[in-house]
Design a protein around this ligand. Structure first.
Ligand code: URP
Ligand code: ZN
Ligand code: ZN
Length: 526
């Protein structure tokens, strides 16, 4: 995957990373490229797009940070690298809110780690992601330690969400430590995967309350896990053991039910809720209804749900069909277009990938029983191109909307804006240059994932990310990748993001509305 770097440079960078790592907490070390290495870049003549406006301007970068954004910035001296962006869009690098790199899951481990996943991301124009830390036997600290280690080879910036898989006083205390000491401001509750990650309503309720008190965002994987287990048994009893059984066993109604339940519990607690991988009209309609009623709910579609349909699961070839097994399942055609419309109209707010890649050997674990096919699809490398092609090129969203749904909204929700998700003076220089006139083609022959399969195999479209800049370093240019292990930094996400503003006021209104306790008997007479 590394096409250009000379070995000497890589060695020096690695030595620098080791030296820095020795004096910093491992997962915040990195930092050997970009910010601080003196690189100066001037991007000239492009259209600079932020979520709030697009303008003809130049961008000057120094030491990994955007120093100026305005028209006609003079070149200055010879030590400035000038990149001509005439006729192209200069945009914030993508931020993927939903990935699973090197995750232990369903008896195996996802094939992309924090290096190959980052290489793929950078080649596709994504410069940051937020991955889900999975606790070890329910223990959050042990889970974080494990992920810090996994992320030592990070080639781009990353943050962490954390899953909550059991509940007791220790977990409750650890959540506070994660927020206050480790920069994690979001916790995910799996309402599916019975027997492994699934939580009960009781746990979800405790978790929602704890999240609220910490200013942390509660995230849910919304499917009714008990009903899914029933649905799976029903398919097996009917003799349906192939990948199509996956879709048939967990229909949209189970996603709609869990989405509605999570939304209502979040309403009861009065805390914001983030619904990950919204795959069906059923779930999307629940989010739309809650939003119409003024509830703070965030809906995240993923690329697979937006552009694929479930027909692949009926493919007679197991290797082909099993590639598309993920949860909630990719739905019947029609759901995808409805999700696209919801993204255009703001019902859904930001696009993730749920990049959770297993190769064909791993998928074959379920060749005689769909319940054993590891769940997950790729997307970290494809997201920026597919959203451009399917949403901007078709006129469904504007160029500024594109920036909003692929980076800015994520940065705002997880409270790291405008350092990330913007090209403004002082922002990290995470930037892409996209040529709208060129075309892309996707698949295993050219992708940077370690997987031997790709759910977007053969997909072609308009728009090409020609350059990716990660904290001031050009890491992707003309098809050459320079992803440096250890160059990525951990990005802390502070609590009490904008979604928490004013919750104290609505809590006060609620308390005032109770007209209770009613004073009766002697108390009333006094
Ligand atoms: O199939 C999926 N989505 N795999 C990753 C785990 C999850 O549910 O997000
Ligand atoms: Zn999930
Ligand atoms: Zn996921």
């Amino acid at each position: 995957a590394m096409a250009t770097p000379c070995r000497l440079r890589l060695l020096l960078v690695l030595l620098a990373a080791v030296a820095v790592a020795a004096s910093h907490p491992a997962h915040e070390a990195g930092g050997c490229g970009g910010g601080g290495d003196g690189t100066r870049i001037l991007i000239k003549g492009g259209t600079v797009v932020n979520a709030h406006r697009a303008e003809e301007a130049d961008v000057y970068i120094e030491d990994g940070v955007v120093v100026a954004v305005r028209p006609n910035i003079p070149v200055g001296d010879d030590n400035v690298r000038v990149i001509d962006a005439t006729g192209k869009y200069v945009m914030p690098g993508g931020i993927d809110p939903h990935t699973h790199l090197e995750m232990e899951f369903m008896g195996t481990v996802t094939i992309d780690d924090f290096y190959s996943g980052h290489a793929a991301a950078l080649a596709g124009g994504t410069t940051m992601h937020i991955d889900f830390v999975i606790p070890v036997n329910g223990n959050l600290t042990a889970g974080l330690e494990s992920y810090k280690h996994k992320a030592e080879k990070a080639a781009m910036d990353y943050g962490f969400h954390m899953a909550i898989t059991k509940w007791n006083d220790e977990v409750s205390r650890e959540m506070e430590v994660m927020v206050k000491e480790h920069g994690i401001n979001s916790f995910k509750f799996f309402m599916a995967y019975k027997g492994s990650l699934m939580v009960t309503d009781d746990l979800l309720l405790q978790g929602l309350q704890k999240c609220k008190s910490l200013g942390a965002l509660a995230m849910v994987h919304a499917e009714n896990g008990d009903a899914v287990a029933e649905g799976q048994q029903r398919m097996i009893d009917l003799g349906i053991t192939g990948p199509e059984g996956h879709a048939l066993s967990r229909p949209p109604v189970l996603e709609g039910e869990a989405t509605s339940r999570a939304i209502r519990l979040a309403k009861f607690v009065n805390t914001p809720l983030y619904v990950v991988h919204v795959m069906s009209t059923d779930a999307m309609e629940e989010i739309a209804k809650a939003k119409r009623e003024g509830q703070r709910v965030i809906g995240e579609p993923v690329v697979s749900g937006l552009v694929l349909d479930d027909s692949w699961l009926w493919d007679p070839d197991f290797a082909t069909a099993s590639k598309y097994v993920m949860s909630p399942p990719i739905r019947e055609a029609g759901h995808n277009k409805a999700l696209q419309a919801a993204l255009s109209s703001g019902i859904l707010q930001l696009v993730g990938t749920d990049h959770c890649t297993f190769n064909s050997t791993q998928k074959a674990f379920g060749s005689d029983d769909f319940r054993k096919i590891p769940n997950g699809v790729n997307g970290i490398e494809e997201r920026m191109h597919i959203i451009w092609d399917s949403m901007v090129e078709t006129g469904k969203i504007t160029v500024t909307d594109y920036v909003r749904v692929t980076s800015t909204e994520c940065a705002k929700i997880f409270n790291i804006y405008p350092r990330k998700g913007a090209i403004l003076k002082g922002s990290d220089a995470d930037i892409i240059i996209l040529n709208p006139k060129r075309s892309f083609a996707m698949g295993t022959r050219t992708h940077h994932s370690r997987s031997d399969t790709n759910v977007y195999e053969g997909r072609k479209g308009k728009g090409m990310v020609e350059v990716t800049i990660s904290r001031g370093r050009v890491v992707w240019e003309d098809g050459n990748l320079n992803a440096v292990p250890g160059a990525g930094r951990y990005v802390r996400t502070p609590p009490f993001g904008y979604f928490f503003d004013g919750l104290d006021k609505s809590d006060a209104v609620y308390r005032a509305s109770l007209r209770a306790p009613v004073r009766r008997g002697e108390a009333a007479a006094a």
